[in-house]
Design a protein around this ligand. Structure first.
Ligand code: MG
Length: 239
């Protein structure tokens, strides 16, 4: 999974550098697909329940599951880039939300807080803690900044399959839920609206939007519980 995660993180960093005004999400999708296959790996999302892209590309009020296409990025957009990589049967899943050129202070704050919530969650990912400690860390960080957790979308276990038990909600009570043990691996993924917490599904039956049209952000790591704490297997934040 670490091998899959290394490829995954390199792919996200490549897409982050490429997400400039005038670029289409379809071009980003092609970049990702070429890179992942060049590494002897497969894009996990392609064909998953019929999904037609290698990545999910979700701009502005779109939270997740955007099908890449002709949408041309504009200065001031924010764009969630979600990529799954399968290497020798093991999956790594992670996401970042990137600014396209200069963005508004409110958009900047949404990105900063959502990423901070992910890091706060990782700090709770260690043996002896419980799943609820991870969930609560996300909720506390997001709500302290007056932003909204999307409760209907959750993180998940990950391994041979992209989506494994248990679900990892972005809200919860400390000390509740399964106890964390070395060898468990989770995709932790805060999904946050700048407005209200509700979402709606688009006409393509994939894209999920904030119901009120407010900006949304999404950051995700695949994280393994280890004897000493945890290890981020998709280190897109490094280098
Ligand atoms: Mg995920």
């Amino acid at each position: 999974m670490a091998a899959a995660g290394t490829i995954q993180a390199r792919c996200l960093k490549m897409l982050r550098a490429k997400a400039r005004p005038g670029v289409t999400t379809e071009e980003l999708d092609l970049t990702a697909e070429r890179f992942i296959t060049s590494q002897g790996a497969q894009p996990s999302f392609l064909g998953y329940r019929g999904f037609p892209g290698s990545i999910c590309a979700s701009p502005n009020s779109m939270v997740v599951h955007g099908i890449p296409g002709g949408y041309e990025l504009r200065r001031g957009d924010i764009l969630s880039l979600d990529v799954g990589v399968t290497k020798e049967g093991w999956v790594a899943d992670a996401a970042i939300t990137v600014p396209v050129g200069e963005i508004s202070p409110a958009a900047r704050r949404l990105l900063t807080t959502t990423e901070a919530a992910l890091h706060a969650a990782v700090e709770q990912a260690r043996p002896g803690n419980h799943l609820g400690d991870i969930s609560h860390a996300v909720q506390r960080t997001v709500e302290a900044d007056g932003l909204s957790i999307i409760r209907s979308l959750v993180g998940h276990g990950v391994g041979r399959e992209m989506h494994e038990d248990p679900q990892v909600p972005n809200y919860g009570e400390p000390g509740r839920g399964p106890e964390l043990e070395p060898g468990m691996v989770f995709a932790i993924e805060p999904m946050v609206n700048s407005g209200g917490p509700d979402v709606r599904v688009g006409d393509d039956n994939w894209a999920v939007y904030s119901a009120d049209g407010s900006l949304a952000a999404h950051f995700e790591f695949t994280v393994a519980i280890t004897e000493n704490g945890s290890r981020i297997l998709t280190p897109w934040h490094e280098g």
